[in-house]
Design a protein around this ligand. Structure first.
Ligand SMILES: Nc1ccn([C@@H]2O[C@H](COP(=O)(O)OP(=O)(O)OP(=O)(O)O)[C@@H](O)[C@H]2O)c(=O)n1
Ligand SMILES: C[C@](O)(CO)[C@H](O)COP(=O)(O)O
Length: 386
């Protein structure tokens, strides 16, 4: 179970809170309606949730901004708008109340102010809900911490066991609705996990993502050219076609008289793609990360290499914008398998199918691929800073 919602699995809805005033960001328009990377800020995460199969998505908006919000969210299926409250916590509770009629089994609660929402985070949260009634994405604290008094350092604070908490936060729907209704705190909770813990729920921790950072101050909306320029990497690989081996291409098993030989499963297309991803972040090549001399990679599924390359891209502060793989062979015919290959690559990397291209060509019976001695592949990967 990878956490993806499925038509037969538990129904997953989402709340996106976008009813704040954005006072710390400033400006005439609340930050959630400001244009950012080509579309209104709020639209980014709403689209990501809908694309991940979450429905319905209820968006809490501030009083007086209904028309603007309608424009910002125009054309996205499965989205409902409601009036938010005076505080974030009120906005969440009102949105949850409005979802009661839909009776979802689970709900993700997300800040519109966190526009970049990687699919892999959603999957990890929903997977955690298999064994817990609440889950939140967290990141380690990497700076040292101090308590300050009157502009001077008073004492160091241990960062052991401390985490930075992000959204979306994932819950059993009935449990979080009851928790919000029963909230007894004197002041607002910082987030929904705090409401859940106060109600006695156990909140599991999953791995967050730097890309999920929250737009809080005006500077968070500004981007330098360096932060938006895409980076491209390319990869190329060849493996020998032999009798007695299975044929794997782009993570898909293809029945064929022969297969590719190599130390791992010899998925030449994934190997080219791994090199393209590593190239885009200047992180060496596949041999540096998975040396053929290392026995642990003997017969290994190349899915693992690709997933690792995807993690390295995220660690480098980037997300994959697009990948394009070309398989070069006379046989087998690649066309009938292209969709399945794209789906496999999208799944392994946790990216949208629309960002994955798989193509094939022959060399007109010329050269080693033309003679059927081997299969070659080349790939291009584009990543952007997040
Ligand atoms: N009454 C409120 C207050 C906040 N939010 C939402 O909660 C998220 C996190 O809040 P924050 O970043 O603090 O946004 P603002 O409250 O708008 O910011 P500020 O505190 O600077 O005014 C945002 O998506 C915001 O729109 C909300 O839906 N309803
Ligand atoms: C919900 C939240 O984003 C989790 O980190 C955070 O608590 C919101 O804080 P804010 O002060 O309302 O921006």
């Amino acid at each position: 179970m990878d956490g993806s919602p499925s038509p037969t699995g538990p129904k997953v809805a989402a709340v996106v809170v976008a009813a704040g005033k954005g006072l710390r960001t400033g400006g005439a328009v609340p930050k959630q309606f400001v244009m950012w990377r080509g579309k209104p800020l709020v639209r980014h995460s709403v689209e990501a949730l809908v694309a991940a199969g979450i429905a319905p998505v209820v968006v809490a908006i501030p009083e007086g901004w209904d028309e603007v919000a309608a424009d910002c969210l125009a054309g996205i299926a499965g989205v409902r708008r409601i009036r938010g409250g005076d505080t974030r916590q009120d906005s969440v509770r009102l949105a949850l109340e409005s979802l009661e009629v839909d009776a979802p089994a689970r709900v993700l609660i997300h800040d519109a102010a966190r526009p970049v929402l990687p699919r892999v985070v959603i999957h990890a949260l929903l997977a955690a809900l298999e064994t817990s009634s609440a889950a939140i994405p967290v990141l380690p604290v990497v700076d040292s911490l101090v308590r300050g008094e009157a502009g001077a350092m008073a004492a160091a604070v241990s960062r052991d066991g401390l985490f930075r908490v992000q959204t979306p936060q994932a819950f059993d729907f009935a449990a979080i609705l009851a928790a919000h209704r029963g909230w007894q705190g004197a002041t607002d909770a910082g987030d929904d996990a705090q409401v859940a813990v106060a109600a006695g729920l156990v909140v599991a921790l999953t791995v967050g993502d730097e890309a999920l950072r929250k737009v809080t101050f005006a500077a968070d909306l500004e981007e330098t050219e360096m932060s938006v320029l895409p980076r491209t990497g390319m990869g190329f690989d060849v493996h020998r076609l032999v009798e007695g081996e299975e044929l794997w291409l782009c993570g898909v098993h293809i029945p064929h008289g022969k297969g590719l030989s190599g130390h791992s499963d010899a998925d030449v297309a994934i190997h080219a793609l791994v090199d393209a991803l590593l190239g885009a972040i200047a992180a060496g090549d596949i041999g540096d990360h998975f040396p053929p001399s290392d026995p642990q990679w003997k017969g290994a599924s190349s899915d693992r290499f690709l997933a690792h390359a995807g993690h390295l891209v995220a660690e480098a502060g980037c997300r994959i914008a697009h990948i394009d793989v070309t398989i070069i062979c006379e046989a087998p015919k690649i066309g009938p398998h292209k969709l399945e290959m794209r789906q496999a690559l999208a799944r392994i990397l946790g990216i949208d199918l629309g960002a994955v291209s798989v193509k094939a060509t022959t060399t007109e019976r010329l050269g080693l691929t033309g003679r059927g001695e081997g299969i070659a592949a080349q790939a291009v990967a584009t990543v952007v800073a997040v």
